[in-house]
Design a protein around this ligand. Structure first.
Ligand code: CA
Length: 652
């Protein structure tokens, strides 16, 4: 049976003809007197709003048809104070009712994200939130990123953290391992990074929030409600306000500890396809289609979104603006950014710039499968030159250092493979143009792809694939632990002295292992968690990384903000032997108190005697220890660099 009040909507020949709604009030606008609900769905015949007391279960308190307005928007007003009540939308398309859903603009939800909640956001602010400040940041090249999963920091029994697996676990100070080493927040501070990048912390689908005692783990790359924090990381997913409040508390405490906060955002696909919020409200519109009209799949997760369509683009722009303003988020890491179009990414940075010019945007400059979006429109790595204030991950340096990510036995510069010197040099100059680089032999790029150093994320490992230690162990089966540690330290020394923005996989500073597991996206905590006892066990490694970070922070020559400055001050040395890379940064670059700096990487298994420029050099790092005042003086122009090591020298 069809109801009497439904009317067929206007017919549209394509999704591109759907009307654009420019208002910023989609979802719900709350006040104590009443709430206004608005939903965009041009093809709908009819739309129902239901109000519930609870986030799950029970009968609706109100069930009401919404009115068709202009530009495809449906609206209705409910009088009275609805704060804390839940709601759903349901859309009738071609005389068929689709599923009840929260809608993409939901800002709070009930357990498992099935119903949206009407929320008075100011009431979720922790005490002092109005005084919350982003920690100071002068240049984007001053950033040092620490990529962390919320659960990994705290779930190990030896973390000393009480709120295990929760946002609040990141707020605990004074926590210690059984060996007496600082853990959690204090540890991150001790390490000295500037930004904590959280793996997906918006509401995702894979964890059943009604069964948290099962302690299931997932990375969270299966978005459900984009503008809502994940429920399983809160202390009470049944109350929609708790996760909002606790997320803000986490940001506030991190800010108070001089750490900025980056969100991993996954607008490129949704966890559900047919049944997603997007698709149950405006079927097909938010997604790209393949040649048969089905869902195209550049994400390899069953669908890909269509950022080039006006209302999807608008949704992405408004969503990041919302996180930056309501939650004071300081940066965004775009998952599979190559699925998005360049215009959308540039619009996002343009809008974020208005909120705060130091908000940082970067992403994976690739897709996981082919896309109908033409290559020249994609926000892929090789199009970074057309992106404004957007950085991309350098897989060139990553695989140059440690070997190919999917060829597990493949070795890299740090494990003695020759022929990767130009890929390392490419990383040293942050993928920009430098006259001494032979781009023809750089790993995956035959030209510079960054205009400026802040457009490159230099890294050697992240949550994806093997940890650095596991990769080195698998590809160097004969190597002793001591030899693996030397390769590990050389790898990280390259990342932490190069121009551009260094990025650390959390726990790398404790020689993190996942016991050889490559894809731990839903593995048990015991595989994924940081084992804090390794801090005492590998203390010299931790101290070396801490001191490298300190060196970088104290010496602006390692983080030059402009490509011209790099070209003016950074010169590579020429070596006749393979597996050697060296360069000098001269003339107090970027205001550095060191007049000249010499950085030498020996990736070979042999000691190398090299010629160095004349000068009153002090040895700052011998790959074991770092002393910014100098470990010892170096005389003469001959220097022996031990196998698999990084030497740093300076002249004052
Ligand atoms: Ca969830």
């Amino acid at each position: 049976m069809t109801s009497a009040c439904e009317t067929a909507p206007q017919e549209y020949a394509s999704f591109e003809e759907y009307p654009y709604y420019e208002g910023d009030d989609l979802g719900v606008t709350y006040s104590q007197e009443g709430s206004i609900f608005k939903l965009w769905s041009p093809p709908a015949y009819e739309v129902k709003l239901r109000i519930y007391r609870e986030g799950s279960g029970g009968e609706p308190l109100v069930e009401q048809n919404m009115d068709r307005g202009l530009k495809g928007v449906w609206e209705t007003k409910i009088v009275g104070d609805l704060n804390g009540n839940y709601y759903t939308y349901q859309v009738n398309i071609k005389r068929e009712w689709l599923k009840e859903v929260t809608g993409p603009y939901a800002r709070a939800v009930g357990v498992n994200g099935k119903r949206a909640m009407v929320i008075s956001l100011p009431e979720t602010n922790p005490e002092g939130w109005e005084n919350d400040q982003r920690p100071p940041l002068q240049n984007l090249t001053d950033i040092i990123i620490y990529e962390l999963h919320v659960r990994d920091l705290s779930t190990h029994p030896n973390s000393g953290i009480s709120h295990k697996g929760k946002f609040l676990g990141l707020t605990e100070s004074g926590t210690k391992s059984p060996e007496g080493e600082s853990t959690g927040l204090d540890h991150i501070k001790e390490l000295g990074v500037t930004h904590v990048h959280l793996l997906p912390s918006f509401d995702f689908k894979s964890i059943d929030e009604t069964a948290l005692h099962q302690n299931k783990f997932n990375w969270g790359y299966d978005p459900q409600n984009y503008n809502v924090p994940e429920g399983s990381y809160s202390t009470n997913p049944n109350d929609g306000a708790t996760r909002v409040n606790e997320f803000k508390k986490m940001v506030q405490i991190l800010h108070q500890n001089d750490l900025r906060v980056i969100m991993d955002v996954v607008y490129n696909h949704t966890g559900d396809t047919e049944l997603s919020n997007f698709n149950q409200l405006v079927p097909g519109y938010y997604y790209r289609q393949d040649s048969t009209g089905g869902f195209s799949d550049a994400s390899a997760c069953g669908n890909e979104t269509a950022s080039e369509r006006a209302m999807m683009r608008k949704f992405m722009v408004e969503s990041v603006k919302y996180w930056a303003t309501e939650y004071h988020i300081d940066g965004f890491r775009f998952d599979l950014m190559g699925i998005h179009d360049i215009e959308t990414m540039n619009l996002i940075t343009q809008e974020l710039e208005k909120i705060d010019p130091t908000i940082f945007v970067y992403g994976e400059g690739w897709t996981a499968g082919d896309s109908p979006l033409p290559l020249e429109r994609r926000a892929i790595k090789h199009n970074t030159v057309n992106l404004s204030k957007v950085a991309a991950f350098s897989d060139d340096l990553r695989d140059g250092i440690k070997g190919h990510w999917s060829d597990h036995e493949d070795q890299g510069f740090a494990s003695g493979k020759p022929g990767l010197e130009e890929s390392v040099k490419f990383g040293v100059v942050a993928s920009t143009y430098h006259p001494q680089i032979n781009y023809k032999v750089v790993n995956y790029s035959n030209a510079p792809w960054a205009n400026q150093p802040y457009q490159t994320i230099n890294y050697v490992s992240c949550h994806d694939n093997h940890t650095l230690l596991d990769k080195l162990a698998i590809s160097n089966k004969e190597a002793s632990e001591e030899e693996l540690i030397r390769m590990h330290k050389l790898s990280m020394a390259i990342v932490l002295t190069s121009q551009g923005i260094p990025f650390l996989h959390a726990g790398v500073e404790l020689l993190r292992t996942k016991q050889g597991e490559e894809n731990s996206y839903k593995s048990h905590d015991t595989i994924n968690q940081i084992d804090w006892s390794r801090k005492a066990q590998y203390k010299p490694v931790f101290e070396f990384y801490r001191d490298l970070i300190s060196l970088r922070k104290n010496h602006p020559a390692f983080r030059m903000p402009h490509v011209d400055m790099i070209n003016q001050h950074l010169k590579f040395l020429e070596f006749s032997q393979p597996n050697m890379v060296g360069y000098m940064i001269n003339n107090n670059a970027n205001g550095d108190e060191y007049r000249n700096i010499l950085v030498l990487f020996n990736g070979s298994n042999e000691e190398r005697a090299v010629q160095i420029p004349e000068g009153n050099w002090k040895l700052i790092s011998d790959s074991e220890h770092i002393n910014e005042e100098g470990l010892r003086n170096i005389s003469g122009t001959q220097l022996k660099i031990p196998a698999v090591s990084a030497y740093i020298l300076a002249e004052t």
